[in-house]
Write a protein that binds this ligand. Structure first.
Ligand code: GLN
Length: 296
């Protein structure tokens, strides 16, 4: 006799899973369980919503509940799906890479404006991404500016490998290189633009972050030392060495760090790119991006 397959209704699966996520303290449980089910069953959210009585077979249900159990441990959704959208592109992510954040797109926007201006003048532009992680900054800029080429560096070799895969998948593999190194230590060439979203959380604040970040995102991508500024102290002098004259440094910063970072930049011969607006806020109005020009 053929083995009988267990079949479970979508509505029941979702109900049970939603309860688990709610108990784990996840506020967006309803949405997240739908996303996970779509991911496992390769169906769209419209199908999930429109067909609550559709039956899902046991093996897929098991796979789904495995993911729900991992999500209940507060593993970020992006790590479970293996991807996150940034700048309209789909990036692979894993536990070695920070999950790209929407506010980092402001850094892309500014770098793209600068890159276009440089391409107009000299037909090309060379970009360095310091602490590239998934490669989201460099790859998005190269995707936007066809004449641009660049290097992404990261201390974590696994991140570098993933960034390389992302670049290939997103069609900029021929214009991007990725290397594992400690900030710019092994680099000798110079660049027109340097971008960086360095670790900038104060060490003492790490434990207070939501569990998805505190327990699962790479601490090396977050921890900026006692005052959160340790990595800026390393990056800014390196950037000065690695930039061409009138090169631009685009930095993401944490809220409340603008004054200190502007001070470090001034001490290292950088001027705000736009003195009328030296700090660009994100959509929530928090200090987020600083763009500075190497003046001498
Ligand atoms: N550049 C990557 C990003 O912005 C990684 C940054 C990091 O690891 N701090 O997401």
């Amino acid at each position: 006799m053929p083995e009988q397959k267990t079949l479970i209704k979508i509505s029941e699966l979702l109900q049970q899973a939603k309860q688990s996520l709610k108990q784990a303290g996840i506020k967006t449980a309803a949405l997240e369980v739908r996303v996970l089910l779509c991911h496992v069953c390769k169906i769209t959210e419209v199908e999930v919503i429109a067909c609550p009585d559709r039956l899902i077979e046991g093996q897929q249900a098991e796979e789904f509940f495995n993911l729900v159990a991992r999500r209940s441990q507060r593993i970020p959704l992006a790590y479970l799906l293996g991807v996150r959208e940034f700048w309209g592109l789909e990036f692979h992510v894993n536990a070695h890479t920070l999950i790209p954040r929407p506010e980092t797109e402001f850094a892309v926007e500014i770098a793209v404006l600068c890159a276009r201006r440089i391409v107009k003048q000299s037909g090309q532009v060379r970009i360095l991404d310091m602490g590239t992680g998934s490669g989201c900054l460099l790859i998005s800029i190269l995707h936007e500016v066809e004449a641009a080429t660049g290097i992404g560096i990261d201390i974590d070799a696994s991140a570098v490998e993933l960034a390389g895969k992302n670049a290939k998948k997103l069609g900029v593999g021929a214009r991007a290189q990725f290397k594992s190194m400690n900030w710019g230590d092994g680099l000798v060439e110079t660049f027109d633009i340097i971008v960086s979203n360095p670790p900038y959380i104060q060490s003492d604040d790490l434990q207070g972050l939501m569990p998805e970040i505190a327990l699962h995102e790479p601490v090396g991508a977050l921890d900026g030392g006692t005052d959160g500024l340790d990595e800026y102290r390393k990056i800014i002098p390196q950037a000065h060495r690695l930039l061409n004259r009138r090169g631009v440094l685009v930095l993401e910063i944490g809220d409340g760090q603008a004054g200190d970072v502007l001070g470090l930049l001034a001490n290292n011969h950088f001027h705000p790119l736009d003195s009328a607006q030296p700090v660009i806020p994100d959509l929530a109005g928090r200090e987020r991006i600083i763009a500075a020009l190497k003046v001498c």
